[in-house]
Ligand binder design. Structure first.
Ligand SMILES: [Zn+2]
Length: 437
């Protein structure tokens, strides 16, 4: 009788436990709501470490920090994987000033991964706004020895055409609003020397002068350039093995590198701390997935997806084991939708994995192709690779790549929802049906 009671009580207890234990999605929501470490991690990454341009000490510091975090959150196999970066680029002083008209200093920065001006250039400014190759070719002769404000060039224009036309320098216009700077550039780009980026307002000043028949004359100094020796760049890799040894894996990715004008809070500190938080929350909630989870923190994203391209090349033999890749790289706003990459067979499994996240918002799977960050490198190999559409507010117009991508512009509520949705989706992909190739 006593033995029977003991067994009965044990059965009741286990039954009661199973009924009370929240399903995994709710456990992940609760864990992230109650004990998120994202704010603290962003402060460490952005306020302590700061800018993390690929090839710099800042990025190395961030990689060491990330590896410590991943290990502390219970990941195994935490390591760096190297690839060739070439000669790393270093920013130097930049100076630009009008020599006529109102004589103002102009907000010009050197475009990244370009050679500097080797001294100060003084030249007249000419406008290049060419939509077609005919317009472009017709404009070339009058650009010789000019500082060219390149507002529009046809995509098919030969890469070295302006250099061969003998221009003194090229200025491209910042894509940001409100006097903010912007940054881009990487190996193999169109303007590889004497190239600057000018704010929209200061480009408009030059354009107004030209429209009134006044040729702006300007001086320009760009002192950045390349280091002498080529170096390696690295991706950070970490694993949380699933119960199926040597089974498939789900990769969560974000780029740890940033541009150098600010501390890269939204681009892409937000994505990095989200992926760390997903791992932390799964472990803290005691969840063990069927498939394995791999976290990859890429570098060189800003120079042209260099890190994810290197990853795909180095892991060619195991790409078939990847169930799906999730990349977050659109700031800290809440997740609104996931593009299905216009692959018919992916819509269903993605939608069912996402279903338990619908309590966090009306999150749809859209018929769309979301490219432009590291998911692209995987998608091009036929791997199911997704990146969410986020409520980006002023991300494209203000914070991304500008001098104000700081913690002040993090959407904390949005970031929490993004981590909860990503955790739920990752859990679904780790345990649900296999996505077709
Ligand atoms: Zn980014």
């Amino acid at each position: 009788m006593a033995r029977f009671l003991t067994i009965l009580l044990a059965l009741l207890a286990s039954g009661a436990y199973a009924a009370d234990a929240p399903p995994p999605a709710q456990a992940l929501i609760d864990e992230i709501a109650a004990r998120s470490e994202m704010q603290r991690n962003l402060e460490e990454l952005c306020d302590d470490i700061g800018p993390r341009m690929t090839g710099t000490r800042g990025l190395q510091n961030a990689q060491e920090w990330a590896m410590r975090k991943l290990a502390a959150y219970g990941a195994s196999n935490v390591h760096l994987e190297a690839y060739d970066l070439g000669r790393p680029w270093q920013r130097g002083a930049a100076h630009a000033r009008l020599l006529n008209a109102n004589g103002m200093h102009l907000n010009v920065l050197q475009k990244a991964w370009t050679e500097g001006t080797r001294g100060t250039i003084r030249a007249d400014v000419a406008l290049l706004s060419a939509r077609t190759m005919d317009d472009f070719n017709a404009a070339l002769p009058r650009l010789k020895e000019k500082i060219v404000l390149a507002e529009q060039t046809p995509r098919e224009a030969p890469r070295q055409a302006l250099r061969e036309a003998g221009v003194a320098a090229v200025l491209q216009v910042s894509g940001k609003s409100d006097g903010l700077q912007d940054m881009w550039g990487g190996p193999g780009q169109r303007y590889d020397s004497n190239a600057g980026i000018i704010t929209g307002e200061h480009a408009a000043l030059l354009r107004r002068l030209l429209a009134r028949g006044i040729t702006p004359r300007m001086e320009l100094t760009l002192r950045g350039g390349f280091a002498v020796r080529p170096v390696k760049a690295h991706n950070v890799i970490a694993d949380f093995p699933g119960s199926e040894a040597d089974g498939d894996m789900v990769i969560l990715g974000a780029h740890l590198d940033s541009w150098d004008l600010s501390s890269g809070a939204n681009d892409n500190g937000a994505g990095v701390v989200t992926m760390l938080e997903v791992l932390r929350a799964m472990r803290a909630a005691g969840l063990k997935p069927r498939r394995s989870l791999r976290i990859v923190l890429f570098s060189g994203e800003e120079q042209g997806l260099l890190g994810s391209k290197a990853y795909v090349a180095a892991h060619a033999g195991e790409l078939s084991r990847i169930q799906a890749v999730l990349v977050q790289d659109a700031g800290s706003g809440r997740i609104l939708a996931f593009p299905d990459m216009e692959v018919e067979g992916w819509y269903g499994p993605l939608n069912s994995a996402l279903a338990p996240a619908k309590v966090l918002g009306d999150i749809d799977v859209h018929y769309a192709k979301g490219l432009g960050s590291d998911q692209e490198s995987f998608f091009k190999q036929g791997i199911p690779a997704f990146s969410p559409l986020q409520d980006s507010r002023n991300y494209r117009t203000h914070t991304q790549h500008s001098e104000i991508d700081t913690l002040d512009h993090i959407d904390h509520a949005g970031l929490q929802q993004a981590a909860q949705v990503t955790a739920i989706l990752a859990w679904g992909l780790l345990n649900g049906e296999r996505l077709p190739r």
